[in-house]
Design a protein around this ligand. Sequence first.
Ligand SMILES: [Zn+2]
Length: 440
Amino acid sequence: MGTSMSSDTTEALFKTIDERRDELVELTRALIRFPTVNPPGEGYLACAEFIGQRLRTRGFAVDYVHAAGTPGDSERYPRINVIARRAGPAAGPCVHFNSHIDVVQAGGGWTMDPFAAVVKQGRVYGRGACDMKGGLAASIIAVEALVDSGAKLPGTLEISGTVDEESGGYGGVHYLAERGWFTPPRVDHVIIPEPLNVDRVCIGHRGVWWAEIETYGRVAHGSMPFLGDCAVRHMHAVLDRFERDLYPKLAARRTDMPVVPSGARHSTLNINSIHGGQQETAGYPAPLVADSCRMVIDRRLLIEESLDGVKREVRDLLDRLAEERAGFRYGIRDIFEVRPTLADRDGPVARSTAAAIHRVLGRQPEFICSPGTYDQKHIDRVGKLRDCIAYGPGILDLAHQPDEYVLIEDMVNAAKVMALAARSLLCGPFIAEGCSAPRP
Ligand SMILES: [Zn+2]
């Protein structure tokens, strides 16, 4: 069959999705109304069941996976994931859409109820509208439109709603990946509808190293500091070295990863916090020399850097200080680490999604990487599935902000892109209606 028939069925698919615009909005609103705030991990079960029940009526087999014993899991706040799977009439690849259902705390600054899912001026507002319930809703509508189109698509469509992405994904994608849920041939291609803008394909993210550095001193009376040794001054020496030696080096290091915004194409280091000296008691500071100062650093790594090398760089700097500075002693403790990840931009899922964006929006998509991490790391590093990208309708800058919203137009377009990309991954780009054989 030729491309003209393919074009007809594509138009029919788009029409179906356009007709479901209101349904897409209502689905997004329903998802926002579950206040799945993490921490503590509120309402996961109800939200997972809502997704599972909906997809069960469309012929999906639904599994609920309780990540027992993972961080935060308790009777009150169980870590419940939902995976819905629908196999076609013939063997073929599995295309999986993975969304996290947890949202960060609403925080201050809202001009409306963050869980009321207000619709205004072509936007749906609410905590999670952008990150990433709008993306989850778009993927559900996309997959349902494909199923309802009646095309005999080979292979398998899968949708998951997973928990705890905002706290590292250990009760969600990491737990599932460790147990084979994301390993080929069970799953072949994954799209994560994170908010990275409707016309961009995100092929990976930078890595992370969080660590706590502690400097040590000796307590003495505050009126005679020369009898003690101030840990805060030692920490100042660390910061001074960072300013003079480390920051210029990091700024000079540039990645080939297409990270956005471009400021994040360098290695970065944030000082998350510093705590030094004795606790105040009832508002009164202790007149003591500080014997301890702790600093938490957030180092973001490029694909060209190794985690070991990044850690060694900081340790070497501290060791040099210990040699040069009288009384300098330190400790360092790892808190959290993630290796960078980067999918092949010429791989099937990136190419199919890029082609679909071009078809739907009429412009060339941009390939990007995320400055922060998301669940792709677990799918890549733990599940050993490389063909994974992030693509979704939300606007990146709005994630975690007060008055977060998603544009309805972007959700409709993203649903079309997802449907088209999934169809071409299942059937090949030019086969459409009646498609019944997997690609050779
Ligand atoms: Zn997210």
